[in-house]
Design a protein around this ligand. Structure first.
Ligand code: NAD
Length: 295
């Protein structure tokens, strides 16, 4: 049994920490007292400070909103690098920008820690069920050390290469998902306008060259895929606001890598409009409603 310090007990972090607590000694820290109390009630312990959460830990896992939070939790004087034992394994599962992930990882390595970035897909359902997909960046040794813990929280664990490459894999995948959802929504909207039945378009395209996950697993119109959010008034699912976050990270990474991703940029503009119209909490497949002119 290992001692795990878990930082960031939000929608994702809390169920992940609870799953780890079934096999390990987990002590959690969050700015929210309610989040810490929820972990304590579910078999973990609550820390008053980051120092208290990490000082005796063999492993630290973090699940925070954005790069600035990860930077402060790891690098500030009150943070992880200042208070964990040298050699502690550090796993950051937040979805953050690639540059910050690489900066924090380099600082951790310089201070004698092994660190991996391990963002996830699978959402709150995957976090609760322990079925997340992890995309891991870091050394082969760091990956091997992290895998037994990731196996408890997830089902598919991929090593994507060196530091930051977990974040690269996550934003490339989600940029493609955003683009393919807009494309699928456009095709179904145009078919509708021209008098083509949605189920008929689905039956044809699902076996033809337009086939993609956004259509066959997550169809943006009700009917063809009964489990898709379109059948439930576009309740998220994966909120448009979260898709917008990931498309923004992809644009930041494109600038940083000195390249252009024009389709990703256009998808980001469309999801920005959706958020500005006050519909950011709808599922991201609800973009079809905006394309139709429903809002
Ligand atoms: P959340 O806002 O519910 O949780 C974040 C938690 O971090 C909050 O409880 C907050 O109090 C805590 N926090 C912030 N700053 C802190 C600090 N300095 N010290 C300690 N705690 C601090 O967010 P979430 O939905 O759990 O998402 C977490 C990460 O997972 C994000 O990077 C998100 O992009 C990613 N993600 C979320 C989903 C999802 O479906 N929610 C899916 C995949 C990836």
């Amino acid at each position: 049994m290992s001692r795990i310090g878990f930082i960031g007990l939000g929608n994702m972090g809390l169920p992940m920490a609870i799953n780890l607590a079934a096999d390990h000694d987990v002590i959690g820290f969050d700015l929210s007292p309610d989040a810490k109390a929820a972990l304590a009630a579910a078999g973990g312990a609550a820390a008053e400070t980051i120092e208290q959460a990490v000082a005796q830990a063999d492993v630290v896992v973090s699940m925070l909103p954005a790069g600035k939070h990860v930077e402060s939790v790891y690098l500030e004087d009150t943070g992880v690098l200042a208070h964990a034992k040298a050699g502690t394994l550090l796993i950051d599962s937040s979805t953050i920008d690639v540059d910050t992930a690489r900066k924090v990882s380099a600082a951790a390595q310089a201070a004698g820690f092994s660190m991996v970035d391990a963002p996830v897909s699978g959402g709150v359902g995957g976090a609760r069920g322990g079925t997340l997909t992890f995309m891991v960046g870091g050394s082969p040794e760091g990956f091997a050390a992290a895998k037994p813990y990731l196996d408890i929280m997830g089902k598919n664990i991929f090593h994507a290469g060196g530091a930051g490459n977990g974040q690269v894999a996550k934003i490339c995948n989600n940029m493609l998902l955003g683009i393919s959802m807009v494309g699928t929504a456009e095709a179904f909207m145009l078919g509708e306008k021209l008098g083509l039945d949605a189920q008929t378009l689905f039956d044809i395209s699902a076996t033809a060259s337009g086939q993609c996950w956004s259509m066959t697993s997550y169809c943006p119109v009700p009917g063809p895929v009964p489990t898709s959010p379109a059948n439930n008034d576009y309740q998220a699912g994966f909120a448009a606001a979260m898709m917008l976050k990931d498309l923004g990270l992809a644009q930041e990474a494109s600038s940083s890598a000195d390249c252009e991703t024009p389709m990703g940029q256009r998808a980001m503009q469309l999801y920005t409009q959706m958020a500005e119209k006050g519909e950011g909490e709808l599922d991201f497949s609800g973009i079809i409603k905006m394309l139709r002119g429903d809002f």
